[in-house]
Ligand binder design. Structure first.
Ligand code: ZN
Length: 73
């Protein structure tokens, strides 16, 4: 069982949260994101593995556009 790093008295309980983040101009909503929630102060800590997976997906998107060509006159 994890002790809450914020209040040092509560325990972090496994929950699933809705994770919302702006990604560029897109609002990213992820349902059932694994998280840990303190039962004393309600501090929310997202699951580190889930965050890393998410950020890998976000930060290395597959190339959808070919590299912009330099316009020559
Ligand atoms: Zn706490």
């Amino acid at each position: 069982m994890n002790i809450c790093p914020v209040c040092n008295s509560g325990r972090l309980q496994r929950r699933t949260m809705t994770y919302i983040e702006w990604y560029g101009k897109e609002l990213l909503v992820i349902d059932r994101m694994p998280a840990l929630v303190c039962d004393a102060c309600d501090e929310q800590v997202y699951d580190r593995n889930a965050m890393e997976t998410l950020q890998r997906l976000l930060w290395s998107p597959p190339p959808t556009k070919t590299r912009a060509t330099v316009s020559a006159k």
